[in-house]
Ligand binder design. Structure first.
Ligand SMILES: [Zn+2]
Ligand SMILES: [Zn+2]
Length: 342
């Protein structure tokens, strides 16, 4: 079968012909219909985030159709539409028993530690596979498995309650979902901060108050809109030290900032005025949980989460085109989400 693989960091990804993966007793073989291209993939290619052992097939946002099931699989049949939770976990270690399987001591992420979905097929343990309702397209189902679910996890970690206000820094892949999910959670006001007018216009269509950070300080703009108070919850999904600090500075007393944008850089907080005095909380967000998937799928079925406008383009399983899409992500381009259709 065909697969787009990372052979070495800092090099272009390549198309390879590889063997079909073996299907264990508890595994589901999925024919990939759609696989998203995520900013993390650009980080794996650049070497900023380490992926491997290499070579590895990239792609961790996957939806498709069940091709074949292992002998012990009871919940799926060939032909089922499914989407894939990208973590493979043991279900038995300390962290799995807490329901925090992203820290599973033997956990692996598809498209990073083991082969992912930029390929004709992917094999997954049954426990990481979810039925995709007919109301949700393959494209949406795929993209939801990373950007939306991580946004959902960020809002859950930040304990956003109905009636509270929220600010989302960055209306890219994650931010598009974070804005809509904050609304779905019942947030009173949702501010969407970006410098790209197209992304701000999209956020406005989803009911957010656009904050253009290209001209003046977004924190001051948010304070002006909230009578000086600030927001209860902020979510940073860009991964820049400046926007991480803004996400803390825009908080109201007792506010919570969920930081989900990937970066290996340090960010500063003025300890007394920005953290201690308002009793602010800064919360790290990594991945998401299988238990969060059902609510996410429900929001999508109800139309509260609609990513059709966030998916800008689909591309074939072609290494040149995919490398080009990764280049665009490196440059923070206009496109919000590109998906691969093998
Ligand atoms: Zn992703
Ligand atoms: Zn585990």
């Amino acid at each position: 079968m065909r697969a787009i693989r990372l052979i070495e960091p800092k090099q272009r990804v390549e198309l390879m012909e590889i063997d079909m993966p073996p299907v264990g007793a508890r595994d589901v073989l999925v024919r990939v219909k759609t696989a998203g291209i995520c900013h993390s993939d650009a980080h794996y290619r650049s070497g900023m985030t380490k992926a491997g052992p290499l070579p590895v097939t990239l792609g961790h946002e996957v939806a498709g159709v069940v091709e074949k099931t292992g002998t012990d699989v009871k919940t799926f049949r060939a032909g089922d539409r499914v989407c894939i939770h990208y973590l493979v976990s043991c279900g038995q270690c300390y962290y799995c028993s807490l329901g925090s399987e992203q820290f599973c001591t033997s956990g692996e992420m598809i498209g990073k530690h083991r082969d992912g979905g930029w390929a004709d097929f992917i094999v997954m343990p049954e426990r990481s596979v979810f039925l995709l309702p007919a109301a949700i397209s393959m494209e949406q189902g795929a993209v939801m498995m990373c950007s939306s679910s991580t946004s959902m996890h960020a809002l859950k970690k930040a304990r956003l309650k109905a009636g509270e206000s929220a600010a989302v820094f960055g209306v890219g892949g994650l931010g598009s979902s974070a804005v809509q999910l904050a609304k779905a959670f019942g947030a009173s006001q949702v501010f969407a901060v970006d410098i790209n007018p197209k992304k701000l216009a999209l956020a406005e269509q989803w009911g957010a108050i656009p904050i253009d950070a290209s001209g003046s300080d977004p924190v001051q703009q948010i304070r002006r809109h909230t009578g000086g108070r600030g927001v209860d919850v902020s979510v940073e999904v860009i991964g820049l030290p400046a926007t991480m600090r803004q996400a803390v500075r825009c908080l109201a007393p007792l506010g919570r900032a969920a930081i989900a944008g990937l970066s290996d850089r340090t960010f500063e907080i003025a300890s007394y005025p920005e953290l201690l005095s308002p009793e602010a909380e800064v919360i790290g967000v990594a991945d998401h949980l299988a238990q969060e998937m059902p609510l996410l799928l429900e929001f999508a079925c109800e139309g509260k989460l609609n990513l059709e406008k966030a998916i800008t383009r689909s591309v074939p399983l072609d290494p040149d085109v995919i490398n080009g899409a990764l280049d665009e992500l490196d440059r923070f381009g206009d496109q919000v989400r590109v998906v691969v259709i093998p």
